[in-house]
Design a protein around this ligand. Structure first.
Ligand SMILES: NC(=O)c1ccc[n+]([C@@H]2O[C@H](COP(=O)([O-])OP(=O)(O)OC[C@H]3O[C@@H](n4cnc5c(N)ncnc54)[C@H](OP(=O)(O)O)[C@@H]3O)[C@@H](O)[C@H]2O)c1
Length: 508
């Protein structure tokens, strides 16, 4: 007879929180925007939820000569401003005892010696056990220099019973060539399983729910193919402009910033075959198959569109165009809107276009995946009865207002047989009492646990560039992008792109 499972002791019980073992994080670029707004608040939220080990330690590294006192105060201020969970003095007190600051430039050998001594000290007084993750929240041009220093100072080398990991932020290169170079640099210093590339979209609850919806249910999978699906639209729209990020954004643009990583990863999750498990390797194998099956885009003037926002209205305020933004050259050809049609050549998806679009200064901030179904082959109603009926659609609302909507036809009450679209909604907020953790909480915890399924591996990154490079090169030959007014839904060429296929973009 098998022993009854005790949910409190069974290590397989997924309801139990996963708590990181003894460890610390070295945060390069600790004074930067990402660290203050996302990484440090997420670390506090994890501590507040009891998911970090008691001796967890954080070493900040940057050029500014902050004394340790100032460092703790600055982290404190970031946490108070940006953390998701309530501020608790006792949690803060325990966490901040493990904070250290190492001032230095990336080419300063003495600073890396100091870093090593600090790590040793934390091992001794906080019990971090030699387990450290190096988080590179720094401009990508410095990834190579920091990786080189970690190697030179023997900081990347794990001990027999300890681990060393590295976390890199997007962008993972600028094109296929630079992505390969970056991967080669990281591969020289860290083992592939020790490299965690952050695509924070994959840490979002709703994105993971795509997998739950598809593979935990029997309802959707039978219709998840070209027999029933007409096309898929994946949108990430922002209502804001470039804000203070001109230096980063100019020369990068919407396709590199969003499509290469977030939207191609979302597309892969919508399109993959069922993995044998959710272990990193199984999931990766399926994602790679999809990325490899994307047809090289052709007729690029018809299957892609790009735009640049001009002055217009956002939230009732008149806003400047991209070329008038501070720090942007008046002759910049960087696109702030990009749309592409991709075709996945597999039995499941042949003939089902995936339309991906993203842009800044669009009508609304929204990210969604819309699976639009073919119309019923025959409708035994009069023509006027179904005038207001469009295609059935299943929409995964990634943000904001996370949830899912199914659009289908229903009879309008009355004596006539009139059929109209209605929506059936599932909202996370209304169904679960627990608020969704921030993507960074989930991803940082996964780094400390060494759990990599939600981190793209280097081959996925390279395949994504292989899809995008010809499109970006084509655009570069065409000169300036078409302009669109701020607050609209993008350039006319994007509308025409879908109209040519007999379809229209959704207005989320
Ligand atoms: N900000 C975001 O929302 C966001 C979103 C997604 C991805 N990312 C990625 O995250 C990374 C960081 O972005 P960020 O916006 O936080 O950049 P940032 O605000 O410009 O911060 C850069 C950090 O790097 C440090 N740094 C720069 N040069 C250095 C040097 N030579 N030696 C030592 N430290 C140096 C700076 O410290 P000091 O100036 O104090 O020395 C600062 O802490 C980038 O890869 C970016 O693409 C950012």
């Amino acid at each position: 007879m098998t022993a009854p499972v005790n949910p409190l002791r069974d290590p397989q019980d997924r309801r139990l929180p996963r708590i990181a073992g003894p460890s610390g994080l070295v945060l390069f670029g600790v004074t930067g925007d990402l660290s203050r707004k996302k990484v440090m608040p997420a670390i506090y939220d994890l501590a507040n939820r009891g998911l970090l080990p008691p001796g967890f330690s954080l070493i900040g590294f940057a050029r500014r000569g902050w004394a340790e006192q100032d460092f703790a105060q600055i982290v404190h201020d970031s946490v108070r401003e940006h953390a998701r969970t309530e501020f608790r003095e006792e949690v803060w007190h325990q966490l901040s005892e493990g904070f250290r600051f190492v001032p230095g430039d990336f080419d300063d050998d003495a600073a890396f010696d100091q870093l090593r001594r600090t790590m040793d000290e934390l091992d001794a007084v906080r019990g971090t056990g030699g387990n450290f993750a190096f988080y590179l929240a720094i401009p990508p041009s410095f990834f190579g220099a920091v990786a080189g220093q970690l190697k030179k100072h023997a900081l990347a080398q794990p001990g027999t019973d300890s681990w060393r990991r590295v976390v890199v932020e997007k962008p993972f290169g600028h094109d296929l060539v630079s992505a390969r170079e970056l991967n080669a640099i990281l591969d020289q210093v860290f083992a592939p399983e020790a490299i965690f590339r952050i695509d924070h979209y994959l840490g979002k609850e709703t994105v993971q729910n795509i997998l739950a919806m598809r593979f935990a249910n029997n309802l959707f999978e039978p219709i998840w193919n070209s027999n029933y699906v007409d096309h898929v639209q994946i949108t990430m729209a922002e209502d804001i402009g470039i804000g203070g990020r001109a230096g980063y954004y100019d020369g990068v643009g919407a396709a590199r910033d969003v499509i290469q990583n977030h939207l191609l990863q979302l597309m892969a999750l919508v399109a993959i075959e069922e993995p044998t498990s959710f272990a990193a390797d199984s999931l990766r194998v399926e994602k790679l198959k999809i990325l490899r099956s994307v047809a090289r885009p052709s007729r690029l003037d018809q299957t892609t569109a790009r735009g640049q926002y001009a002055a217009g209205w956002a939230g009732g305020v008149h806003v400047p165009g991209f070329l008038e933004e501070e720090g942007i050259s008046g002759s910049s050809t960087t696109e702030t809107f990009a749309a592409v049609r991709l075709d996945i050549q597999t039995r499941r998806w042949a003939g089902v276009p995936f339309y991906l679009r993203t842009g800044k200064r669009l009508g609304r901030r929204v990210t969604e995946v819309a699976v639009v179904f073919k119309k019923a082959p025959y409708q035994p109603f009069g023509a006027t009865s179904t005038e207001e009926l469009t295609e059935n659609a299943l929409v995964v609302r990634v943000q904001p207002d996370e949830g899912m909507t199914i659009r289908f036809g229903a009879k309008v009450p009355g004596t006539a047989m009139e059929i109209r679209d209605v929506n059936m909604d599932f909202a996370y907020g209304g169904t679960f009492t627990e608020a969704s953790p921030e993507a960074y909480e989930r991803l940082i915890l996964d780094v400390l646990l060494g759990d990599p399924p939600l981190f793209p591996q280097h081959e996925e990154v390279e395949l994504s560039w292989r899809i995008l490079d010809p499109i970006i090169e084509h655009w570069a030959r065409k000169g300036s992008p078409e302009s669109y007014p701020a607050g609209s839904w993008g350039p006319e060429s994007a509308v025409r792109m879908l109209a040519r296929d007999g379809r229209t973009w959704r207005r989320p």
